[in-house]
Design a protein around this ligand. Structure first.
Ligand code: NDP
Ligand code: 2IT
Length: 448
């Protein structure tokens, strides 16, 4: 069978087996398309059924999460954990709490996590989970009761050498705290079973900053291939949560000018730049007061683009940091027409396949999510190491390790793109380099 036939068969099989799960299909198709030349060169992967095994999670957990609101009303949400692949280490990946969460979204995230984690070079398998719970507008007590109920079921599947969750959309320090507390109580064990913990109870310095900082470090490496840096570059950032906040902070440190942030209601456009003082306002607004980004426009008297994303704003570099499929084909065309020549994905799968085609055809610097946002999970890996050693490393030490990991990820992706005659195509590079590590470990470990 040719590599192309194998690819077609697997793609048809996952569509049949996972009907309607369009995000999962999208993520698998992207990887399969990139792997054709690898399969042609390495028939042993086909013979061992590596691809068939990779697209089927090792274990899928789905459960009822009942909880009571402050008025005593009962609510029921659906909880999930997809334990995708443990060839390289314990299942590792975030939990997402958002009303749109379903099996398709968590499977696309879990599938991508496997390759992303491989790129970090740390001993991490891949998984993802979450619930269709919306933390927005809930009181602290309601969020706590939800988290406790969620973990009361999930805890039996977790463990520091089994499955180690972290945050994602709607899950930050507050939620990790409530889940860790409940886990500790049920197990009667203080172990590093979550990452993104508070700094005085086992968390790592720089974990909060890691995804955003890492994404900018990766983008810096892309710029270096054209002998450029961030000084004076106009950047657009979407989202205004954890990833976007620290993308802005690092871009400011490197003398770029960030002109946008957004949330699901709209975008703020600040042509003078979101400096550190304005960013401090955003952190308080989003992390403490939990308000809408529109308040930024009111506070600093800048333009608010109701219901719009930032991709119509002229920029040199774009940093999608919100959610999947937030850059459409038309958005990509607008970005390119306006002179944007670098896109670094802080969010997971933010560009549609049609948008990616535009970026690749135009040969801009395109950093795919698996590589560009791997800094978060990389520092999660270092949090696990520190927990095992029962010590904690300093801020500068962890930041340096993050930077070195992002440089190494860029190098691996670039080298894989050259090895397969598509120099600079980091989409191919990331998928190939991540796949080869996981596939070789699976070959070594036999048919499991
Ligand atoms: P947060 O919950 O902190 O922030 C999410 C941001 O994205 C908010 O501004 C939110 O706006 C916006 N957003 C979410 N859903 C939508 C939507 N459907 N349409 C428009 N805007 C939306 O999450 P994170 O910053 O942690 O995550 C952002 C992205 O980065 C996700 O794709 C995540 O998977 C990815 N990521 C996160 C990592 C981490 O370590 N946290 C690591 C690697 C990737 P609103 O408040 O209106 O919902
Ligand atoms: O998508 C991701 O890489 C994350 N949400 C972080 C996962 C982790 O385990 O730190």
């Amino acid at each position: 069978m040719t590599a192309n036939t194998v690819k077609q068969n697997i793609y048809e099989q996952i569509q049949k087996r996972n009907p309607g799960e369009v995000e999962f299909h999208q993520a698998v198709k992207e990887v399969l398309d990139c792997l054709i030349p690898v399969l042609e060169r390495h028939p042993e992967y086909i013979e061992a059924g590596i691809l068939e095994r990779l697209v089927e999670p090792e274990r899928q957990i789905m459960f009822r999460v009942p909880w009571q609101d402050d008025k005593g009303n009962v609510h029921v949400n659906r909880g999930f954990r997809f334990e995708f692949n443990s060839a390289l280490g314990p299942y590792k990946g975030g939990l997402r709490f958002h009303p749109t969460v379903n099996a398709s979204i968590l499977k696309f995230l879990g599938f991508e996590q496997v390759f992303k984690n491989a790129l970090t070079m740390l001993p991490l398998g891949g998984g993802k989970g979450g619930a269709d719970f919306d933390p927005k507008g809930k009181s602290n007590n309601e969020v706590m009761r939800f988290c406790q109920s969620f973990i009361t079921e999930l805890f039996r599947h977790l463990g520091p050498d089994t499955d180690v969750p972290a945050g994602d959309i709607g899950v930050g320090g507050r939620e990790i705290g409530f889940m860790f507390g409940q886990y500790k109580r049920l197990r009667n064990e203080f172990t590093g079973v979550f990452t993104g913990k508070g700094l005085n109870w086992g968390g790592s310095l720089i974990r909060t900053e890691a995804t955003g900082y890492g994404c900018v470090y990766f983008a810096e490496e892309m710029l270096k291939t054209r002998s450029e840096n961030f000084e004076g570059k106009v950047c657009t950032v979407s989202g205004s949560g954890n990833v976007s906040q620290y993308t802005v902070e690092k871009l400011n440190q490197l003398s770029a000018k960030v002109v946008s942030l957004s949330d699901s209601n709209g975008t703020v456009y600040d042509p003078d730049g979101i400096d550190d003082e304005k960013l401090a306002f955003v952190l308080d607004l989003k992390n403490v007061r939990r308000g809408r980004i529109k308040k930024y426009a009111e506070k600093f008297s800048v333009e608010y683009l109701e219901g719009k994303n930032p991709w119509g704003i002229k920029c040199d570099c774009a940093f999608p940091g919100a959610t999947q499929n937030e850059i459409s084909e038309n958005d990509a065309k607008t970005l390119l027409k306006n002179g944007c020549y670098l896109v670094a994905e802080g969010a997971n799968m933010p560009s549609t396949p049609e948008a990616i085609e535009q970026f690749i055809a135009d040969k801009i610097l395109y950093g795919p999510a698996k590589a560009a946002n791997a800094g978060g999970v990389a520092i999660s890996g270092l949090e696990m190491s520190q927990n095992s050693l029962r010590l904690s490393w300093g801020r500068q030490e962890v930041d340096e390790q993050l930077r070195n990991i992002m440089i190494a990820i860029h190098k691996q992706c670039y080298e894989a793109s050259e090895e397969y005659s598509r120099p600079g195509n980091l989409l191919m590079g990331a998928n190939i380099a991540g796949f080869v590590k996981v596939a070789n470990a699976m070959l070594d470990q036999g048919l499991v």
